[in-house]
Design a protein around this ligand. Structure first.
Ligand code: NAI
Length: 296
């Protein structure tokens, strides 16, 4: 099955870090995009943020002003979920919680046409479980982008037991048409990258808990000596501790409590304190406005 036609409407649900990035990618590829969030004003705010990001590219001479305006004009906030009925592809990027995502998918199934693809940007949840109980489970797939979505090339196209292979191919071709590097994978806990990355986070957190070194030292080592793009603490601050912790819990549960995937109490404390990382202004590091640089 070929890629989605560029004139097809793409709906993105959840206007957080990932939803905003995915909406930008789809709009840059020429799609009319509608962005919806159940937090009033969040979608419009996210579109303003995208506009500012694109403005920085214009200033650097990487994008021309006309292209910026055209991309932003293709992005529309939706104030009610009912306004999303004409979508050809919905990508949900809401909270990483199985029951909440299942509830949304049930709502979307009742709302959208039968041939609309329902994709989830979930980092770890079973696509098979997300689709279970729907009338047309074949149209539910994972389309898992990485953070920040406009910059990161990889997209995992995840098939659950019931997913239609033709639709998986359509999402694969669509991701390619959007300039991404897609990979097909099955619905296994954490899929590929988040599964492989679990020990990276878990062992870094254990080292911190054992007092081997502080997080800035550990990050600097992994980055400067280890050749990683980012250390585990700056990376989880970027991802968001609520998201990263939920992913670890979901992989841990899916593997029947396998110790290798045990969630970290240090990270749970951050979540409980609302220190979610960059998005809340503080995580392992402090991102307070005016701070010369984030510090632990
Ligand atoms: P976020 O917390 O930045 O944004 C989530 C947004 O969804 C919020 O604006 C919230 O108001 C909205 N929302 C929550 N429930 C909703 C509902 N029922 N209906 C409509 N909107 C709702 O989270 P983020 O980081 O964007 O993650 C979203 C999804 O993407 C999660 O499933 C996460 O696992 C996945 N993901 C996250 C990555 C990351 O690095 N943060 C990377 C790849 C995937």
């Amino acid at each position: 099955m070929p890629a989605l036609n560029a004139s097809a409407t793409v709906v993105v649900i959840g206007a957080g870090a990932m939803g905003a990035g995915i909406a930008q990618v789809a709009a840059q590829a020429g799609h009319p995009v509608r962005l919806y969030d159940n937090r009033a004003g969040a979608a419009a705010q996210a579109i303003d943020g995208i506009d500012r990001q694109l403005g920085r590219l214009v200033e650097k001479g990487k994008l021309d002003a006309e292209a910026r305006s055209a991309i932003v004009a293709r992005l529309q906030p939706a104030e009610a979920i009912e306004a999303l009925a004409d979508a050809s592809l919905v990508i949900e990027a809401i909270v990483e919680n199985l029951e909440v995502k299942r509830g949304l998918l049930r709502q979307l199934e009742a709302l959208c046409s039968a041939d609309c693809i329902l994709a989830s940007n979930t980092s770890s949840l079973s696509i098979t479980s997300l689709a279970a109980g729907l009338q047309h489970p074949g149209r539910v797939l994972g389309m898992h982008f990485f953070n920040p979505a406009p910059l990161m090339a990889l997209v995992e196209i995840v098939s659950g037991l019931a997913s239609d292979p033709a639709l998986a191919q359509c999402l694969y071709e669509t991701a390619k048409a959007w300039g991404k590097q897609p990979v097909h994978t099955k619905s296994t806990p954490g899929f590929i990258v988040n599964r492989v990355a679990r020990p990276f986070y878990a062992e870094s957190l254990r080292l911190l808990q054992e007092g081997a070194a502080d997080c800035a030292t550990l990050d600097a080592l992994m980055r400067d000596a280890g050749g990683f793009r980012m250390g585990a603490f700056e990376l989880t601050d970027l991802i968001g501790h609520d998201v990263n912790y939920a992913v670890t819990c979901s992989v841990f549960d899916a593997y029947y409590g396998d110790f290798r995937f045990q969630p970290s109490l240090i990270q749970k404390e951050l979540v409980d304190a609302g220190r979610l990382g960059r998005k809340s202004g503080r995580g392992f590091y402090d991102y307070a406005e005016g701070a010369e640089r984030p510090h632990p």
